[in-house]
Write a protein that binds this ligand. Structure first.
Ligand code: SAM
Ligand code: SF4
Length: 471
């Protein structure tokens, strides 16, 4: 009997993994598993893992040791490794005898069955990849804390096979999800009070739903449908691929105020020679043209990127090309990585990992230094501008202030709204303390709460936050 067993899951890696964890909680909730945030009280301890870089995997090996310490006092505790690392290292994980469950990204529906079958010397494994699993019918149990912003996976897998990337091997072929189930899920979260959905896929621009006798539904069509749910529901998406991002998508974004003006457009390198070797199917010139088009259609659009330093055979000249592209584009922020060889990828099979670690680190540091300067420039350029911000909750650094994102995805920090506006009580209390006592000249307003929209004016910044006042 599995009733009321407590389930603890740690999630590593991308937003898609966070959403997968939500799907897993939903599947297991139906079988009597209740979520806990404390490993110490959990009957089942799992990690939903990432294999994109070696250090992500090293971290999981470390966590596996920590999970196993629980067995010293509670030998019945069940331990599972889920997701990309389960897919990639199946046998190696089982050999450790430290895991009971190894489940790949397409095996989550079988988790209840696998959990029921676990015995001390009978670990359960399912790493089969599917051509059609999208978990479309499952309403994920939201694990975010703010109740404002929800992730919705619109597709799974990837057909691109960039030479450095393990994702196609761990998450399988690309599958798009029925748009009706996506719209239904977005409506559901909106009716629960969420004000923002982020549509997720490894390459959202290649989203395509085909159905006999019907016109194909493209990503631009899907965006249009989700945006139409309500002007009060913001729509974001990630990740776009420079080779596929179309004018139709950009025009749809430009047309709808509630589709946020932010594009995460990973460039990976500024050198055409390296891009070709990475099997990215665009050139530097193509990338710059897409950026120009984005800015032509949406001059205030936020732009962020991913980059890899020290890919196989990268020369100083290739690296300078990356620096010059960063200089030219001026991203708001970037996720910057050193190349990490992943076994089984095309690069691992064909190209020596020949940029020495010190050079990789130095190049990465040069990109980071340049990007920090460009981030500050980009954030400073917003001083004096007004933005509509979706309140997420108290600011992390100062709980007396609030934070929320502008459409361009920049985080804004601003004060709470005074709850008494425009009058004095005449009895010495400070503004904001008089809920329920309406003076003749003042108006009582509600304090801002997560999910409210508010207009702010930017008065200052750091390289990662806009500091603002209410207007
Ligand atoms: N699908 C997205 C795309 O095409 O850009 C991103 C997928 S990947 C999970 C996220 C980022 O990890 C990539 O954009 C890339 O910069 C980085 N990455 C992937 N493989 C890597 C590797 N072997 N070494 C270092 N960084 C890597
Ligand atoms: Fe990996 Fe390339 Fe697919 Fe992104 S598009 S997941 S980098 S193979």
């Amino acid at each position: 009997m599995t009733e009321h067993r407590k389930l603890y899951i740690e999630t590593y890696g991308c937003q898609m993994n966070v959403n997968d964890t939500e799907v897993i909680f939903s599947i297991l909730a139906r079988h009597g598993y209740a979520r806990t945030e404390s490993m110490d009280e959990a009957d089942v301890i799992m990690a939903n893992t990432c294999s994109v870089r070696d250090n992500a995997e090293q971290r999981i090996w470390g966590r596996l040791e920590v999970f196993n310490q629980q067995r010293l006092t509670r030998p019945d505790v069940v331990i599972g490794i889920l997701g990309c690392m389960a897919e990639r290292l199946k046998d190696k994980l089982l050999e450790t005898r430290k895991v009971d469950i190894v489940a790949g990204p397409d095996a989550y529906r079988r988790l209840p069955e696998m959990l029921a079958a676990v015995r001390p010397d009978s670990p359960q494994i399912d790493v089969a990849l599917s051509r059609d699993e999208t978990y479309a019918d499952i309403s994920p149990v939201r694990i975010d804390r703010n109740g404002v912003s929800a992730f919705i996976s619109i597709m799974r897998g990837c057909n691109n096979v960039c030479s450095y990337c393990v994702v196609p091997y761990t998450r399988g072929v690309e599958r798009s999800r029925d748009p009706r189930t996506i719209v239904r899920e977005a409506c559901e979260v909106f009716s629960q009070g969420y004000k923002e959905v982020t549509l997720l896929g490894q390459n959202v621009d290649s989203y395509c739903w085909k159905e006999e006798g019907q016109a194909d539904v493209s990503f631009a069509d899907l965006l249009e449908r989700v945006a139409a749910i309500s002007p009060e529901l913001r729509v974001r998406f990630a990740t776009s691929n420079p080779q596929d991002i179309s004018d139709a998508v950009l025009e749809t974004m430009a047309r709808h105020e509630n589709i946020c003006k932010h594009i995460h457009l990973p460039v990976q390198s500024g050198s055409n020679r390296i891009l070709e070797k990475m099997r990215r199917r665009y050139t530097r010139e193509w990338y710059l043209e897409r950026v120009a088009r984005i800015r032509e259609l949406m001059p205030d659009c936020g732009l962020t990127t991913d980059v890899i330093a020290g890919f196989c055979s990268e020369t100083e000249e290739d690296h300078r090309q990356t620096l010059s592209l960063f200089e030219e584009v001026g991203f708001d922020t970037a996720f910057m990585f050193q190349y990490s060889e992943r076994p089984g990828t095309i690069a691992a099979r064909k190209y020596p990992d020949d940029v020495d670690p010190a050079t990789k680190t130095r190049r990465l540091n040069e990109i980071i230094a340049l990007q920090n300067r460009k981030s500050l420039e980009s954030y400073r350029a917003d001083i004096g501008k007004r933005f509509k911000v979706l309140v997420e909750g108290p600011s992390k650094k100062n709980p007396d202030e609030l934070c929320g994102r502008a459409s361009n995805n920049k985080m804004c920090v601003f004060p709470q709204r005074p709850t008494l506006v425009g009058g004095s009580s005449g009895c010495g209390e400070r503004e904001g303390t008089l809920r329920g006592m309406l003076p003749a000249t003042g108006t009582v307003t509600d304090p801002l709460k997560p999910g409210d929209y508010v207009e702010v004016e930017v008065t200052g910044c750091t390289s990662a936050t806009l500091l603002a006042k209410l207007v």
